[in-house]
Design a protein around this ligand. Structure first.
Ligand code: UD1
Length: 417
């Protein structure tokens, strides 16, 4: 049976080398994009975590066959007629299921996808996706909680995004791959996971330029083919979380086989907090060097500091020698970990979008996870708290981290499951 809580004994230094899993936020749109690919695809470096399992179930429900293999690869066979209705229970379980809208439209000219509701970290509307699809000539109809998209032919166009939404950039970029003519996405999001998706689609035969910049150009093609052995990039949020685990416990953790080109927004913040970051070949190391310094952080679209690292960074800053200001600009309700950190003795005050974090001394407590990254923040807090911390609600953590407790234990954490 899946465990629901863990007990962490605080005060143990974490030291050693470790590898992280493939990036969840790259795997999800890549899996969705296989709706558009004819034939067989094999993806490598795919962790069997909750959100990825949900997307795999989504593909199965659309008539795509998948086989997950023990070497963390997934084999996908797209040779049957695609169904174009996304099941309600899968879209409501995971918002990223909405990524199937673009590929379904491109492949079949029709998609019926439940309107995702909000989630614990915010309202998360999909208006930017919908405006973008409209620019490609898609007719939209809202009925009975579903969005119906239809387009006899998708037509390339200029799409100016009002905000560089990650999901909208991906959805529109995917749909544009099979549209007629050229699509230009301006004010596009630049996250490394979008670059990985584009690189995958290019291997499938798509013509995409400018991914990683704020202007993506897609030239539509007739069809896309399955891709063999595509290796998904390592998860930068898992890298950041484990680097903090080393630094916060006064230890030294080395993450092997990373691509340092996209880590700077995270590692620069850790350096400013007084941790020592060093690169050796394809490895990145984070070591403690005396105390933690206060830093002011603002979450922003890439290449700004990622909102998905905000909670973990906050735990680090609870032990800094002074006051840090954290401003969350991406999601309106992403401070839910604060109440639980406060219960552990953290000195944090919230004022709207801002959290003021002052020097604290953490003590073990029973705490409850409310969302994925909040869970990581509480586990990090448990590693340095005096005494034992019991963390409940592990299913949130298992949506996005693969074997996190095992990895921390390998590095020296004392965790009882
Ligand atoms: C993705 C990531 C998530 C990350 C987030 C921001 C995946 C699977 N998830 O989520 O881990 O935290 O990027 O880096 O890749 N918004 C609108 N209208 C829209 C779309 C978004 O108002 O149509 C708002 C959202 O409510 C949110 C903000 O824009 O406040 C950012 O959302 P977006 O960049 O789209 O994030 P996701 O793709 O949902």
């Amino acid at each position: 049976m899946e465990r629901t809580s863990i007990t962490i004994e605080g005060g143990n230094q974490l030291t050693g080398d470790i590898e992280v899993s493939g990036a969840k936020n790259a795997v999800l749109p890549i899996l969705a994009s296989t709706i558009m690919l004819d034939g067989e695809t094999t993806l490598l470096n795919i962790p069997p975590i909750g959100d990825i399992n949900s997307m795999v179930r989504m593909l199965n429900s659309l008539n795509i066959r998948t086989e997950y293999r023990i070497d963390e690869s997934i084999h996908i066979l797209n040779e049957k007629k695609i169904r174009h209705i996304a099941p309600y229970e899968l879209v409501t379980a995971m918002r990223a299921s909405f990524f199937v809208a673009g590929p379904l439209l491109a492949k079949t000219g029709f998609a019926k996808v439940p309107l995702p509701g909000g989630c614990s970290i915010g309202l998360r509307p999909v208006d930017i996706h919908i405006q973008g699809f409209k620019k490609l000539g898609v007719k939209i109809n809202f009925e009975h909680g579903f969005v119906e998209f239809s387009a006899f032919d998708l037509k390339g166009n200029v799409v100016d995004l009002p905000f560089p939404s990650v999901g909208a950039t991906e959805n529109i970029m995917m749909a544009a791959c099979l549209a007629k003519g050229e699509t230009v996405i301006n004010n596009a999001a630049r996250e490394p996971e979008i670059v990985d998706l584009a690189n995958f689609l290019i291997k499938a035969g798509a013509i995409i330029e400018g991914h990683g910049t704020s202007s993506i150009h897609v030239q539509g093609v007739q069809s896309l083919q399955g891709v063999k052995d595509y290796y998904v990039i390592p998860d930068r949020i898992e890298i950041g979380t484990l680097l903090i685990a080393g630094g916060i416990t006064g230890g030294s953790v080395c993450i092997k086989n990373v691509d340092k080109s996209y880590l700077a927004p995270i590692t620069d913040a850790l350096s400013k907090a007084g941790l020592v970051i060093s690169y050796e070949n394809n490895n990145v190391r984070c070591s403690a060097n005396g105390g933690i310094k206060p830093v002011d952080i603002t979450t922003e679209p890439y290449p700004g500091f990622p909102t998905d690292m905000q909670a973990q960074m906050m735990t680090l800053l609870t032990v800094a020698s002074g006051k840090s200001i954290i401003k969350e600009t991406i999601f309106e309700n992403r401070f839910m970990h604060v109440h639980e950190l406060v219960r552990m003795g953290a000195n944090i005050k919230i004022d709207g979008q801002i959290a003021i974090v002052s020097e604290s001394s953490l003590s073990g407590a029973e705490v409850k996870i409310t969302d994925l990254r909040a869970g990581a923040a509480l586990v990090l807090a448990g590693l340095i708290a005096e005494g034992h911390t019991i963390v409940y609600g592990l299913h949130h953590l298992n949506r996005g981290y693969y074997n996190l407790m095992e990895k921390l234990t390998l590095l020296g954490a004392k965790i009882v499951t």
